[in-house]
Design a protein around this ligand. Structure first.
Ligand SMILES: CC(C)(COP(=O)(O)OP(=O)(O)OC[C@H]1O[C@@H](n2cnc3c(N)ncnc32)[C@H](O)[C@@H]1OP(=O)(O)O)[C@@H](O)C(=O)NCCC(=O)NCCS
Length: 167
């Protein structure tokens, strides 16, 4: 298995949406997300991430099998989405993508990387914790995080969520 990380291209985006939906199956039965009602990251948001230089794909034997993307909020980056095709999970590709995202975001001037994830599943907060992310106290939320959480409240149980940060 050969894994190559590279910048996302516009033509990749439909494949990324396919992987996002397939990867979400990991949550089926967990009651954390309504998988069948789940929306994927819209095309326009992918385009903005590509233009910002912080969208990366993992090609596995020549076909995209995972991706990571996000957005800049002033001088910090938000890691919005990370997904690996179920056929290739648990082989370190997710960790490679996170490391590459941090490098790319710092290269774009990010002073810190933030994300929002579920507290309990081992592939969410515990995984990011091993990658050097720490929980953000509510008192330390940046204004856009408060707005993001308010939007999440309509489709997620906020008690299951945590914001994390890597300096
Ligand atoms: C998060 C995700 C991208 C990680 O991808 P990955 O290529 O499997 O990541 P890695 O192989 O680097 O390791 C992930 C670690 O998470 C944990 N993990 C992943 N899948 C797991 C599972 N099914 N059961 C238990 N632990 C799991 C393990 O600790 C694993 O490390 P290990 O295999 O060395 O024990 C992948 O699980 C995924 O696509 N999940 C669904 C979407 C999602 O939750 N995205 C993140 C949203 S914030």
């Amino acid at each position: 298995m050969t894994v190559t990380l590279r910048a996302t291209r516009i033509a990749d985006i439909f494949r990324l949406q396919e992987i996002e939906r397939a990867a979400a199956e990991l949550f089926r039965g967990s009651e954390l997300i309504d998988i069948d009602a789940m929306a994927v990251i819209p095309m326009g948001d992918h385009l903005a991430s590509v233009e910002a230089g912080i969208s990366i794909v993992a090609e596995i034997d020549g076909r995209i099998g995972g991706f990571i993307m996000g957005e800049m909020h002033g001088d910090v980056a938000y890691l919005r989405e990370l997904d690996v095709d179920p056929a290739y999970q648990r082989r370190g590709i997710g960790a490679q993508l996170v490391t590459a995202y941090v490098t790319a975001a710092k290269g774009e001037g990010a002073a810190a990387i933030y994300l929002s994830t579920f507290r309990a599943p081992p592939w969410n907060a515990p995984f990011y914790s091993r990658m050097g992310f720490i929980d953000v106290d509510r008192a330390d939320y940046l204004p856009w995080m408060t707005a993001m959480e308010a939007a999440q409240a309509s489709f997620l149980d906020l008690a299951t969520r945590v914001f994390m940060r890597k300096a």
